[in-house]
Design a protein around this ligand. Structure first.
Ligand code: GLP
Length: 241
């Protein structure tokens, strides 16, 4: 695990966007794994800037997002699809047919999960995956559990995650209780991973991820077993290392 400490979120965004630019430049038809949350926003802003400047062409790229809330359709302003459109997709030239986000309103959510896992494999697997991290060490929506989830599946969100995400909804009661998420196994198959964390409220999760035991009680700790992980943290998030 390669841990790099930066002075602020914008410096992290520039560094992470440079990794994406390298990936797309070396392999124009690469497959990118994308995340939501506040952590990747500066990265997406910089990726859009690189497109506007003519430095990066995303026309051959395929994308897969990590997760989606159950019950929210793509037009819902708190759906992760909507988030991705607003923060990245409508600012770059990725083709609509190459964008993949799990559907929160699929009539058969289990089939939706199986189809998503198959689609990632059929695309050749993810070349570069960006991750945030939850305060409880979750990645995507893989919450602390008794075992590492191998594939895309349906999860019950923990109170800690509902509490952290309620700021985006009118009240905690409006936060969906369930989500569809790629599995820990899905994430671990990515060829390269960059995990972004800023702020003191992520410090304990970053410590447990990097220095604690590898355990499904801290899902992100599995990244210690991945051969190509770059952690980009600000000083507050890295303060317990
Ligand atoms: C949500 C997402 C995760 C994200 C986490 C942290 O739970 N499902 O993918 O990493 O929030 O979000 P933030 O970056 O806003 O702290």
């Amino acid at each position: 695990m390669n841990i790099r400490v930066y002075k602020d979120a914008d410096s992290i965004g520039a560094a992470a966007a440079a990794l994406f630019a390298a990936c797309v430049t070396q392999k124009p038809d690469c497959v990118l794994g994308l995340a939501t949350g506040s952590s990747p926003i500066p990265t997406y802003r910089k990726m859009a800037e690189l497109y506007r400047d003519g430095a990066v062409d995303y026309s051959g790229v395929t994308t897969y997002n990590l997760d989606e809330y159950v019950g929210l359709d793509h037009a819902h302003d708190q759906s992760y699809y909507y988030f991705m459109m607003e923060n990245l997709f409508r600012h770059i030239n990725v083709k609509a047919e190459n964008i993949h986000v799990l559907s929160g309103i699929a009539p058969d959510p289990e089939q939706e999960c199986r189809d998503y896992e198959s689609a990632i494999a059929a695309s050749g697997g993810i070349d570069l995956q960006i991750l945030g991290i939850g305060r409880n060490g979750h990645i995507a929506f893989n919450e602390p559990a008794d075992s590492f989830a191998p594939v895309t599946h349906i999860v019950e969100l923990t109170e800690s995650t509902i509490d952290a995400n309620k700021r985006f909804f009118a009240s905690a009661d409006d936060v969906p209780r369930r989500a569809l998420t790629t599995g820990i196994g899905t994430i671990m198959k990515a060829r390269a991973i960059v995990l972004i964390a800023t702020g003191a409220d992520k410090a304990e999760a970053i410590r447990a991820m990097a220095k604690g035991p590898v355990t499904p009680r801290c899902p992100a700790s599995i990244l210690q077993f991945h051969p190509n992980v770059t952690v980009m943290a600000d000083e507050a998030a890295a303060s317990l290392l």
